[in-house]
Design a protein. Structure first.
Length: 534
């Protein structure tokens, strides 16, 4: 180990030993609730407000600025780097999760809160190892589902106290199920069990409630418009339960709530699913605000990670956009009569109707489309659907065709099926004594603000302390993809990737406070491991 690295490590060790564990800054709070409506642009917020009889949304009085969403390399935003910015105060590239642009792990506000002894929670409608939840818990160089094995292991060994989400199908009847109890995780998958929860179980310190969709076939939850309330809790219901449980800790809590499938609906240009999911998200915001206003020691932050779909209100049909003289003419569109009322007549999401069509071709008809998705289908459109269902099981394609055609007939515009780069809204509630973020800010400022008002450890120092590259500590360690072996002074330590397990002298298994991350041949480990080898 060279002299500069040695001095740096001594400093970090000194820093960790003398880090103040109690708040001394008066501009702090006990709890933070961060709510992220994934993929929500201003156009969708406006459409949802109109759908809600143009009544004020919970976010309306809290609006205080805009958030820049681009990645560190200036590319259009993605949920993984956006979550990393919110969680760890660091912009990064896509598809990185919980690591910076140089592929160094960055500790998150959730992990820092855990180290402080605070309670922590994740609530989402997507599967738990999906990009945004993973951004607060995991550290890896790809968000892709093919890497869920690593992300799920990290979630289990770095578990928040509470995880309410989808992903039941990833756990049941798999080897992961047998890792839960040894890691202090109680798993429930039935709505009745969820309803009866009033406190954390006595035998396990962490509680996971994972669900599936309306027909118990998917790894994600249903859209709100399709949800069977006897089988799945809604986002607002999960948020309410999470706050009830987490607030029992006198040291405070950090909770991240994501309206995950707002984004999914917008990707597939399904306005009904997007609007109804956003309105359910807004109910979750109301619940968080009610708690914060009574508690007087809680900050509520609401901000999307990016826009999706490029939705607009008042799209004009191409064939009617120009007058006979070639000049653009305005179409006198009544928002309520021509857009909102037809939207309200839809009976289910395009995804659910797509599933019905794939299960029974009788639903591929003009009558079914008029009944369930409220637009007039042409013969050619029916033929396209028949072709798609005969040659593919891709629900997304069918959902897109349904959503896009309804939108076209009812003056709703979409520019893309991808993410969009515009700034997104920022809404914050704070106790009167606390200053809120305002104006146009970078997304990583959100993470820094959360750490500041909770008076957590410094991101940079804590990241270097808990995620130190193994070669900076040990020149002769054996770094196998399956383990890191360190031998020194007649003592032996073995560390395993994606876990918090440390094996000492072959027999003693210890649980570290943070997980070990393995990236590109390097292990990232806490400096405190040195004490086992002195």
């Amino acid at each position: 180990m060279n002299k500069s690295k040695y001095v740096s490590i001594l400093f970090l060790t000194f820093y960790q030993l003398f880090t103040v564990a109690q708040n001394k800054n008066t501009d702090t709070v006990k709890n933070v609730i961060l709510l992220i409506p994934d993929g929500t642009s201003s156009g969708l917020v406006t459409l949802s407000r109109w759908y809600n009889e143009n009544k004020p949304l919970a976010i309306d009085p809290l609006l205080c600025g805009m958030v820049k969403t681009h990645n560190s390399d200036g590319r259009l935003p993605d949920s993984a780097p956006a979550a990393t910015a919110y969680a760890a105060g660091s912009k990064t590239k896509s598809p990185y999760i919980g690591i910076d642009s140089n592929m160094n792990p960055r500790i998150s506000v959730l992990e820092l809160a855990k180290l402080r002894g605070m309670s922590t929670g994740i609530v989402a409608t997507c599967e738990f190892p999906h990009a945004t939840p993973a951004g607060f818990v995991c550290h890896y160089n790809s968000r892709e589902s093919k890497n869920y094995k690593n992300l799920m292991m990290q979630f289990i060994y770095n578990s928040p106290n509470l995880v309410f989400a989808a992903g039941k199908k990833y756990i049941e009847n798999t080897d992961y199920l047998y890792l839960l109890k040894p890691n202090g995780i109680k798993l429930i998958t039935e709505k009745s069990d969820f309803d009866s929860i009033t406190k954390f179980p006595q035998t396990e310190k962490n509680l996971w409630a994972l669900f599936s969709d309306w027909q118990d076939s998917a790894k994600y939850k249903s859209y709100e418009c399709d949800r069977d309330s006897s089988k799945e809790p809604g986002l607002s219901e999960m948020t309410d339960k999470a706050i009830q449980l987490l607030s029992q800790n006198e040291k405070g809590f950090f909770l991240m709530v994501e309206g995950s499938q707002i984004d999914w609906a917008a990707h597939n240009n399904d306005p009904y699913a997007a609007v109804t999911d956003f309105l359910e998200f807004d109910k979750a915001v109301t619940i968080a605000l009610d708690f914060a206003k009574k508690d007087k020691n809680t900050v509520v932050i609401v901000c999307p990670d990016h826009g999706t779909g490029g939705i607009t209100i008042g799209n004009t049909h191409v064939e009617t956009a120009f007058s006979e003289k070639g000049k653009i003419k305005s179409e006198n569109v009544d928002i309520k009569e021509d857009i909102i009322n037809p939207l309200r007549e839809i009976k289910c999401s395009g995804r659910k109707l797509a599933e019905m069509m794939l299960n029974d071709s009788a639903y591929i008809s003009k009558d079914s489309i008029a009944k369930y998705y409220n637009f007039n289908a042409t013969d050619s459109f029916i033929n396209v659907l028949k072709c798609v269902t005969e040659h593919s099981e891709n629900k997304d394609t069918i959902q897109y065709l349904l959503g896009r055609n309804f939108s076209f007939q009812n003056h709703i515009g979409w520019t893309t099926t991808k993410h969009t780069g515009e700034d997104v809204f920022l809404a914050i509630y704070t106790p009167d004594r606390l200053k809120k973020k305002t104006g146009v800010i970078e997304n990583n400022e959100i993470g820094k603000y959360i750490a500041e008002i909770l008076n957590l450890e410094n991101f940079d120092y804590a990241s270097e302390y808990y995620f130190c590259k193994h070669t900076d500590l040990f020149d002769d360690a054996i770094a196998d993809p399956n383990y890191l072996l360190i031998e020194r002074n007649g003592k032996k330590v073995v560390i395993y990737p994606n876990t918090n397990i440390l094996q000492f002298n072959d027999t003693v298994l210890l649980a570290m406070n943070t997980i070990t991350v393995y990236l590109n041949g390097y292990y990232y480990i806490p400096i405190s491991i040195l004490r086992y080898l002195l």
